[in-house]
Design a protein around this ligand. Structure first.
Ligand SMILES: C[S@@+](CC[C@H](N)C(=O)[O-])C[C@H]1O[C@@H](n2cnc3c(N)ncnc32)[C@H](O)[C@@H]1O
Length: 643
């Protein structure tokens, strides 16, 4: 990379203008400046050209948005609840600062790790091991984005950051700098099953870390809001249902492929050949074999297994009858997978048995949840070690990078992205750290794994979490047409929502947004009504609205308080008349002529709150000193635009 091995020319130019006294003062300042923490050569490196002071405005790209064909939110004008924002995340984060400040409950990021293997781009160049300032460039790059992200977190918000072992200490010190006093701890994630050789003779490196920093009101899974999934009652105890299976197939784990028997109703439940039971069965234990953990029989006798109280039960009197039902696929199913099939082991067993068409689940009681469910720090248990789980300890079972690649390939058919995270990892983190209605942000979204994790978690527990994914195009001078955000991230979300292969869709919608940048004085002239509509909707409803060419548009409805918020593109007799007769008791109006609107309506007997559209577009876009310079006042907002 050119210009990386000597101080940036602008720095030399600055020094040339200092006189001897100023130079001495600067030297004393440098020599006496002491601090505990991280130092990086931010003045020496080439400026990050992505940093800018433009006003950032969102633009919905209708052709790339997705809407579920069914469901309540399927109308053409209905808001898109999830957002995908294309482009450099410096711009996306500045946009979100203007629309989602203090609203994000969980940020999960998996930034480029700066491995030296040219895994990230700075000013259009891949940064490699021989770049002299590579660590400083990486720290400065992340610092600029983390300081913006900090403002987005809710008072009970948390940021979770994946990082490899090599860069963990640097990133942790950077996080301390950006989030002073907010460190919660870190988790260890086993990212591969075998070892790897990249660290030479010393280590076989197979783990990564997830650093956790949170605002004071954050609690892991202790949030009352997340209890809405505890929908079942037994006496005075409530419980939720959780999966009894694990991600191994019948051939990998033949011992945990067995029928579960409910002794109370004498009903048998067949096992899913693609996801066997997570617990051993006494019926499969060989002489002298020791079982680690609970058996399914022990769980059933402790009444910890839930059997569907209302369900279809069938008894096939003969093998022929059973085979007929199999041929019709009229047998118990798990999603699209038939659980009885003609070449299954022990087909004869099922003849004459009461067969349950529902699925048994594990009962998780809420009782004592707060204390018992605090995660422990070695909390992310690899699937292949789940038999070692400690009783009563919160240890979600998650997959490896290999599983991440497999899952992405299943959705996208071909290898679309290197080393995506497994959705199970992010799902486990989210299940512990956000409530049902929270907003989850990933501003290094890559292939969109976080979006898939949000959708899957909602499908499992009935939540309404929403995602915001910021993904770059990854276009460079050499590959100017590349667009990972559009072709991988958004395409993946579309397939997960509408279904792919024989996997049913999880439903949902997303808006695909691009960011336009304007000089502040140009906003009054060049910002379009589409920018205004998209920005106001994001700020007021945290959703996006499809474009509309109506002269007057409803942006948000606060039914509880009887307030409608309306955007007026042109103030004229027609729009004034419509405002005069607008049915909601209270009205907030955004337009380019706020004083005229207020006065003209007042004169006709209607009082409204009238706001300047330009001020609204500039709000929250004040430049932030921390995002541009290091002058000892990091993080202080500098008044620059209308707030
Ligand atoms: C390690 S990957 C994240 C992978 C992701 N967790 C997944 O499972 O697919 C980091 C991603 O950040 C993207 N990225 C790097 N710099 C970026 C920037 N300035 N703005 C937005 N994305 C960026 C990279 O292109 C890459 O896709």
């Amino acid at each position: 990379m050119q210009g990386m091995s000597t101080p940036a020319p602008s720095l030399l130019a600055q020094l040339e203008h200092l006189d001897a006294t100023q130079l001495r003062r600067l030297l004393v300042d440098q020599l006496t400046r002491q601090k505990i923490g991280l130092y990086w050569e931010h003045d020496a490196i080439e400026r990050d050209r992505a940093l800018n002071e433009h006003v950032v405005l969102p633009r919905v790209v209708p052709a790339l948005c997705h809407r579920d064909a069914s469901g309540a939110a399927s109308g053409a004008g209905a808001p898109f609840t999830n957002l995908i924002i294309e482009g450099d995340n410096f711009d996306s984060l500045r946009l979100l600062r203007a629309t989602h400040s203090g609203k994000i409950r969980v940020i999960y990021i998996d930034p480029p790790y700066n491995t030296g293997n040219k895994d990230w781009v700075y000013n259009d160049h891949y940064v490699g091991a021989n770049d002299r300032w590579r660590h400083s460039m990486w720290l400065e790059f992340l610092y600029q984005r983390l300081t913006l992200a900090r403002d987005l977190l809710a008072p009970d918000g948390v940021i979770l950051v994946s990082i490899n072992d090599e860069n963990r200490s640097r990133l942790e010190l950077l996080m301390d700098e950006v989030f002073p006093g907010r460190r919660v701890g870190s988790f260890v994630w086993r990212c591969r099953t075998g070892g790897n050789d990249t660290r030479g003779a010393f280590f076989s490196d197979n783990h990564e870390h997830v650093l956790v920093y949170a605002n004071p009101a954050f609690r892991f899974s202790g949030d009352e809001k997340s209890y809405s999934m505890y929908k079942f009652q037994e006496g005075d105890r409530i419980f939720r249902l959780s999966d009894l299976t694990k991600a191994h197939d019948l051939h990998e784990r033949p011992n945990t492929y067995y029928p579960i028997h409910d002794p109370a109703t004498d009903t048998y439940y067949p096992c899913n050949p693609q996801r066997v039971w997570a617990y051993a069965s006494e019926s499969r234990v060989k002489d002298g074999q020791k079982i680690r953990g609970e058996t399914i029989e022990a769980l059933i006798s402790k009444k910890l297994v839930w059997f569907p109280p209302v369900q279809r039960i069938e008894i096939f009197e003969s093998r022929a009858q059973l085979l007929e039902a199999i041929a019709r696929r009229d047998v118990p199913m798990s999603g699209a997978t038939p659980l009885l099939f003609d070449n299954m082991p022990d087909l004869e067993f099922w003849v004459g048995k009461r067969i349950g068409y529902g699925r048994p689940s594990f009962k998780r009681f809420k009782e004592g949840l707060k204390n018992e469910n605090q995660p422990i720090s070695s909390w992310l248990t690899p699937r292949q070690e789940q038999d070692t789980l400690l009783d009563g300890v919160n240890q979600p079972v998650v997959g490896t990078t290999e599983e991440g690649s497999k899952e992405l390939k299943a959705v996208m058919i071909e290898k679309a992205f290197p080393y995506p995270k497994p959705p199970s990892l992010i799902k486990a983190l989210l299940a512990q750290s956000c409530g049902d209605d929270d907003i989850v942000l990933d501003f290094f979204a890559g292939s969109g794994t976080t979006g898939q994790a949000v959708l899957e978690l909602n499908a499992e527990d009935g939540g309404n979490r929403r995602f915001i994914l910021c993904s770059s195009t990854e276009a460079t001078e050499k590959e100017s047409q590349r667009n990972v955000c559009r072709d991988v991230c958004a395409e993946r979300m579309r397939r997960v929502m509408q279904g792919y292969g024989d996997v049913a869709g999880l439903g949902g919608s997303f808006a695909y947004l691009q960011v336009d940048k304007l000089e502040p004085p140009d906003v009054a002239f060049d910002a379009s009504s589409e920018h205004a509509r998209a920005l106001l909707a994001m700020r007021l409803t945290h959703s996006a609205l499809p474009p509309s060419d109506a002269g007057m548009q409803l942006i948000a409805r606060d039914a509880a308080n009887g307030i409608d918020t309306v955007l007026v593109n042109e103030v004229n007799d027609v729009t004034l008349d419509a405002l005069l007769h607008w049915p909601s008791p209270r009205l907030a109006v955004y337009s380019n002529r706020p004083d005229s609107v207020r006065e003209l309506l007042q004169a006709r007997g209607r009082t409204v709150n009238s706001y300047s559209l330009v001020d609204a577009l500039l709000r929250g876009q004040a430049r932030q000193r921390a995002a541009f310079a290091h002058d000892g006042t990091r993080g202080d907002a500098v008044p620059g635009g209308a707030q």
